[in-house]
Write a protein that binds this ligand. Structure first.
Ligand code: P5A
Length: 473
């Protein structure tokens, strides 16, 4: 079965994750999907990197999935934001529960009552923890595998507490740095954007989001970092004793990434033939295909053994099956295997290997003596750089700077739109009348955008800075 062209992005994505065995979309509950073994391996490798980054400065924890209604309702803004997305557990068997239990939509209200017990004095700060768990959100917008889930299976949420506002702000900067490192590793381009005040995380002082641009010109929020100030600390009475013996509220941050990171990876790098995966996260990094002819099998198989010995540090498949080479290429291309080695009788005689990269698909011969672990890692890194460059190219194809408000409705249909905008809510709302959602203002301008940060507001003409509006997932 062949994939729809990537031009029809939505169908392509849906078909690809099923046929490449990332997610099984046939589970009979809306918004819930099954990870296939291959998809789960990809998840493990991607989240391995995220864990490595988190483990430098955070401790991993696990909090319960059920939150008492009384805790969830304590922070007014927070519950207002999540009210209509919460799944409730109301019974234990046939017995109604005294206090309803929420399936966590996120874990602030599970964790912070415990933070109150954990934090005593200034020596307990900063506190930095994270967990990778499932969360539940009764989403009413169109659900999609990996993108908009009702059970988010891979919610990495970090929560920190600090002595004051500035130290929490410093943590926000660090979190942005961590997420940049993570998405650079995946070669996924992103925009770091400050959300409008009226669209920040419920209970936060401000929200900084990572947004990427999907192939169809819609944006996808792939991570968020929130400064919580002392809002939750006041609600949950999280205080510490300072050096002076006085008690102070902590200041907090939280930041999260879901399996949308995998959605972006697949969407941005994939092509009409299937997945294209960066070398470091590919479940299968190398496929070796022997070209076998009667009477010449032996020499090819002998030579293959030599090659396999050289690549044993990597995740590889030796595909000596019955299928024709063309069928094998097709199969491993669909799975996004970054490196393909082919060996026929001629190669075996010359002690060469035919090499091709998933993203370039041109073949060249390399003497086997030149293939070793270092060489392969360099190829992997070069491929990551090519993927990033190509991804930036496709993002740029879907970005447009808008000078006149009258152009916006048209542009936003197919493009993520950039414009200068002041911070007044009325001007923001004016932008949203033209179709897209106002994502916010660039916190920093990405290297691939060559427009200045400041300019006159497209709506009212007063001082503004570079803003983004888009149809978003
Ligand atoms: C930060 C971590 C929070 O929940 N609490 C703990 C904070 N922020 S958030 O913006 O609401 O969510 C974090 C990221 O999760 C992704 N996300 C989703 N992914 C898939 N399906 C969903 N229904 C969904 N909802 C949120 C987004 O990438 C978001 O930035």
């Amino acid at each position: 079965m062949s994939l729809p062209s990537k031009e029809n992005f939505s169908e392509w994505f849906h078909e690809l994750i099923q046929t490449a065995e990332i997610m099984d979309v046939r589970y009979p509950v809306k918004g819930l999907y099954v990870w296939f073994p291959f998809g789960f391996k990809l998840r493990q490798l991607v989240y391995g990197k995220l864990r490595e980054i988190m483990d430098r400065e955070h401790s991993e924890v696990y909090f319960p999935a059920l939150i008492p209604e009384t805790e969830l309702r304590k922070e007014g803004e927070h519950i207002r934001g999540f009210e209509d997305e919460v799944y409730w557990v109301t019974h234990g068997g046939l017995t109604p529960l005294d206090v309803k239990l929420a399936l966590r939509p996120t874990s602030e209200t599970a964790m912070y009552p415990m933070f109150k017990l954990w934090i005593r004095n200034h020596a307990d700060l900063p506190l930095r923890v994270y967990q990778i768990v499932n969360t539940f959100r009764y989403e009413t917008k169109h659900t999609r595998p990996l993108i908009r889930l009702r059970e988010i299976t891979s919610f990495k949420e970090a929560h920190t507490a600090h002595r004051n506002y500035e130290e929490a702000e410093e943590q926000v900067r660090k979190a942005i740095g961590y997420y940049k490192e993570f998405y650079d590793f995946l070669a996924v381009p992103y925009m770091v954007i400050r959300r409008p005040d009226w669209d920040k995380f419920p209970g936060a002082v401000y929200t900084i989001a990572f947004d990427t641009v999907m192939p169809d010109g819609r944006s996808l929020q792939i991570g968020t970092v929130h400064h919580l100030g002392d809002n939750f600390a006041k609600t949950f009475e999280i205080t510490y004793e300072g050096i002076d013996g006085e008690h102070y509220y902590v200041h907090q941050t939280c930041y999260g990434i879901s399996e949308r990171c995998i959605a972006s990876l697949i969407s941005i790098h994939g092509d009409d033939l299937g997945l294209v995966l960066p070398f470091e996260v590919a479940p299968i990094q190398i496929v070796v295909i022997p070209i076998l002819y009667k009477g010449k099998d032996e020499i090819v198989l002998e030579f293959s053994k030599e090659l396999l010995e050289k690549i044993k540090a990597f995740r590889f498949v030796f595909d000596a099956g019955e299928d024709r080479p063309g069928a094998k290429y097709y199969k491993w291309e669909l799975k996004g295997v970054p490196l393909r080695f082919e060996i026929g009788p001629r190669e075996a005689e010359r002690r060469e290997v035919v090499v091709s990269f998933r993203d370039e698909r041109k073949k060249f011969s390399v003497p086997i003596d030149e293939i070793d672990e270092d060489r392969i890692r360099i190829w992997g890194e070069e491929m990551r750089l090519r993927l990033r460059e190509k991804a930036v190219g496709s993002v740029l194809n879907r970005l447009k700077f808008v000078n006149e408000l009258s152009e916006l409705s048209d542009v936003v249909k197919d493009y993520v739109s950039l414009m200068y905008l002041c911070r007044n809510r009325e001007c923001g709302e004016e932008i949203e009348k033209h179709g897209g959602k106002l994502l916010g203002w660039f916190e920093e301008i990405p290297d691939f955008i060559s427009v200045g940060k400041e300019g006159k507001c497209i709506v009212c003409g007063s001082n503004g800075s570079l803003a983004v509006s888009a149809r978003s997932y």
